[in-house]
Design a protein around this ligand. Sequence first.
Ligand SMILES: NC(=O)c1ccc[n+]([C@@H]2O[C@H](COP(=O)([O-])OP(=O)(O)OC[C@H]3O[C@@H](n4cnc5c(N)ncnc54)[C@H](O)[C@@H]3O)[C@@H](O)[C@H]2O)c1
Length: 386
Amino acid sequence: MTSISIGLIGAGLIGRKHLRKIAEHPDYTLAGISDVNSDAVAAQYPEERVYADYRAMLDEARPEAVIIASPNQLHADAGVECARRGIHILVEKPVTDTAEAARVLIAETRRSGIKTLVGHHRRHHDQVQQLRSLLTEGNIGALVGVSAIWAVYKPDDYFKAAPWRTQPGGGPILINLIHEVDFLRFTAGEIVAVSAISSNRQRHFGVEDTAAALMEFENGAIGTIIASDSAVSPWSVEQGTGESVEFPFSGESPYRFIGSHGSLEFPTLVRWGQTDGARSWNRPVISQRLFATTIDPYLAQLNHFRDVIRGAASTMQSVEDGARTLIATLAVTEAAATGARIDLRDRYEALSGAFASSPAHARKSHHDQQAHLRPERPEPQSAGRS
Ligand SMILES: NC(=O)c1ccc[n+]([C@@H]2O[C@H](COP(=O)([O-])OP(=O)(O)OC[C@H]3O[C@@H](n4cnc5c(N)ncnc54)[C@H](O)[C@@H]3O)[C@@H](O)[C@H]2O)c1
């Protein structure tokens, strides 16, 4: 089978990681790189065709697919330009910077029929797939709630290298907590309302350094997340899975899912429960370690994108689904600013309603992606996995 010709827009922190994965991948050929700092990028990648203007790359290198890894504000414009040329897109998270921009991108991708995937790479972990199956099967009974921490210390040069990270939209809510929001939507179910508080007390930037959010799920479960880029801790999914060498492995679980018949830690997949059908605080709760392999989620994401492009798989995350994650995450910022509890259902509905051409199809597509997590739950099963 011929390899997929792929271009990259934005050769920054994550863009360079994508370039390393493309170079390792037998099914992709790099068509070109676009970056406004084209001279610096060309010096770093002397073998490659480098363009300052991404439209020139799209027209001259004519890739079949593109990874959009530029700053958030450019995702929608770049995605629309790709869609108009029939080029499939893997767009980094957040899918766009605003819900309005997401609506424009969704409409254009639907019109063109290109394949889309949003770069919430965490969905591609084996442990995440396993967790999702366990929750779906009712392994811990009905999901009662979830508690999560994402806390790391980002060094000063992270902010010096890209000052937009010190401004609204560049903080841990939109950059990092969005991964937690997406992960929870994927594993625990649709989030229907949020409340939140945030603080910039550690770094005093124009954006938060720490935030706490309360989540309400469609299936009745509730959840809490605290996220900070100014705290030293072993609790983040990156450290817990060891997914990147940049974030040293801790092997700790920052997530606890609690259910009517047991609990699960993630990513270690330690399952807690009681024997002989007991459910009592007077009886011991014992643990069993379930198993899932640790894989490179960025490589798995590229594998999946290849399968989506070739028609061998449906996308694990369309731009519409990515827009729901964006809407829920933007609501965290809004809830922290206003103190309001924000119901998301109308906002999701407005997003679906944006597809004048085929609203029924758009709603169905999202409905299918969430089908595993309807409120009705099967009877709990024993922890049979090992
Ligand atoms: N999935 C993940 O794990 C992950 C991790 C980090 C960042 N991201 C996302 O990736 C995107 C980029 O983040 P980053 O940390 O790499 O940022 P960055 O600032 O390091 O890199 C952005 C790059 O885009 C280039 N650029 C800016 N305007 C451009 C334009 N008009 N055309 C072409 N290139 C342009 C910049 O010169 C820079 O090289 C963001 O949307 C971010 O949220 C995702």
